[in-house]
Design a protein. Structure first.
Lengths: 248, 288
């Protein structure tokens, strides 16, 4: 469904992504694991098209020179030069690292802003669905989103992304800084979203243990290159992976 | 009582000046220094539509609103978009446009104190012993309706919500499918239309003179800085603070100190609380 090949991103002369190939099929959950600065967020920015905006802003301000190369295909169509809002319209929606909620808006408003691409009927239906999988949000509807706890903020970020009617959801480090209990709850919710709404999901994380149980296929990034990939069980049996990402 | 009535009227006028400027800055972080020029320009468009084309007043107003909105959008789409994100260039470019518009108007021959727009309603009444003409009351009423309308627009409509999302985090908005370039054009058109609306409401109270373009710009900037740049609610509160301060100085010090109040307010705000009353200018704090 979403397929990247030969993806390269340079910041000046620093290679942030080196010849990365990645694919995610329909209804699949794909995990991307890697340490800090392995290139996970750069990859998500490249897939969602935000990188084009970063590149443009840097160029206009005379800042870092960013170079993008390679190919991103969505359902066979080359989308490498499509800007982020257009990709979102196709159904590629990024739920970014550190959530980036609209902090001066209430929970409900965040969800409403998220529904920009949805029809009125879709928005209503998705809102009910978001409150069903995250009942905590319904009680906090009128609270400013900046005042939520980390877990609640993450639920809202995922909910807001769902409002945009994604066909493939990119979750960038959704578990960052959350308690193990909250992590498990979120991962259950992510699987439920895939099963019930038939949305493909790519999820990145530093630490594989809480995410591994729900993924179908996984990639491991190191210094900007995809060094390992495989179906979940193969990777879990790999001693290198165990040592690096499971803390065994 | 004088102070209360005229303070309120003056404050609403200031808020009207500032609203368009605050909207454009809030959404696309663009300090639109052509705001005052658009204000004067729409005044002359209305005047020309009335006197040269001979259109009826409501039609002339509608034409001026639409024309100014389109001019604002065109200025953004063809000039300002090229310097987007470079603050100094944005100020220089938009100020250059302001000069071109204002001096262009002067060049065409609109000089002196002879240009006036008719008031909407003739006549006057007294409130608590103070004489007020109907038009000033109408300005307050329409101003209040406009604030309420804008509040509802940014909370209950798709485009309004998208504008608010973009004002808070442009990139997060893009991830949700909001086209930031399109929204910036919409904001600029809306901001220009607000400048035009302010002109149409307030110019009948005096003459249309080119110089007022510069004053309106300074007042709009003063209100936005005091209120916290980017905060619409802050702008309205600041308009009332500066508006009443101006009327108080007029009553107790003299008319010629009026403009000083706005400039003094800018200086005081920058010394005491650089982010303004309700500002969310965190980058500034981080940089310091």
């Amino acid at each position: 469904m979403l397929e990247a090949s030969g993806l390269m991103v340079f910041y000046e002369n620093m290679l942030a992504l080196n010849n990365v190939a990645l694919r995610c099929g329909e209804d699949e959950i794909v995990g991307v694991f890697g340490a800090n600065s392995a290139g996970k967020s750069t990859l998500m920015y490249a897939l969602s098209g935000i990188m084009l905006d970063v590149e443009k802003k840097e160029r206009m301000a005379g800042g870092e020179r960013i170079t993008l190369a390679g190919e991103v295909r969505y359902r066979g169509r080359d989308i490498m030069n499509l800007k982020a809002s257009k990709r979102a319209r196709l159904g590629i929606v990024l739920c970014p690292e550190r959530r980036r909620l609209f902090k001066e808006s209430t929970v409900l408003e965040n969800l409403k802003i998220g529904a920009y691409l949805a029809t009125a009927a879709q928005a209503k239906e998705t809102l009910a669905y978001v409150f069903k999988i995250f009942p905590a949000l319904e009680k906090l509807k009128t609270r400013l989103s900046g005042f939520l706890s980390g877990g609640e903020q993450q639920m809202l970020a995922i909910g807001r992304a769902l409002m945009a009617q994604p066909k493939i959801l990119l979750l960038d480090e959704p578990l960052l800084g959350l308690s193990p209990l909250m992590q498990a709850m979120l991962m259950r919710a992510v699987r439920e979203i895939r099963d019930e709404r038939r949305i493909a999901i790519i999820v990145t994380e530093q630490y594989a243990r809480p995410v591994m149980p729900i993924v179908d296929y996984a990639f491991i990034l190191e210094n900007g290159s995809a060094v390992l990939e495989g179906v979940r069980d193969d990777l879990m049996d790999n001693p290198d992976v165990k040592a690096a990402y499971f803390g065994v | 009582m004088d102070i209360l009535v005229y303070g309120t009227i003056n404050s609403v006028a200031l808020a009207l000046y500032a609203l368009g400027f605050a909207l454009v800055y809030g959404v696309s972080r663009l300090p639109n220094f052509a705001h005052g020029a658009l204000y004067v320009l729409s005044g002359f468009i209305t005047w020309s539509a009335l006197n040269t084309l001979g259109l009826p007043y409501p039609l002339a107003i509608l034409l001026a609103l639409l024309a100014t909105a389109v001019i604002g959008a065109v200025i953004y789409q063809f000039v300002l978009i090229r310097v987007r994100g470079m603050e100094i260039s944005e100020i220089i470019a938009s100020y250059a446009i302001a000069l071109a518009i204002l001096e262009g108007i002067r060049y065409v021959g609109f000089r002196g104190m002879t240009y006036t727009l008719p008031v909407f309603l003739e006549g006057r009444t007294t409130i608590g012993g103070v004489m007020v003409d109907y038009h000033r009351l109408l300005v307050v009423a329409i101003g209040a309706a406009l604030f309420a309308g804008l509040w509802a627009f940014t909370r209950f409509t798709r485009v309004g919500l998208a504008l608010r999302g973009m004002a808070q985090d442009e990139r997060a908005a893009m991830m949700l499918g909001i086209d930031s370039d399109l929204m910036a054009v919409v904001a600029m058109a809306l901001g220009s239309a607000l400048a035009a609306l302010a002109a149409i409401l307030l110019l009948p109270l005096g003459n249309i003179v080119v110089e007022s373009g510069y004053n309106v710009l300074i007042l709009a900037i003063a209100v936005c800085i005091v209120g916290g740049i980017g905060s619409w609610f802050g702008a309205v509160i600041a308009a009332f603070i500066i508006g009443f301060a101006q009327i108080l100085t007029v009553v107790y010090l003299g008319t010629h100190f009026q403009m000083m109040v706005a400039l003094l307010a800018i200086i005081l705000t920058l010394i005491l609380k650089p982010s303004g009353l309700f500002g969310q200018q965190k980058e500034l704090e981080e940089r310091v």
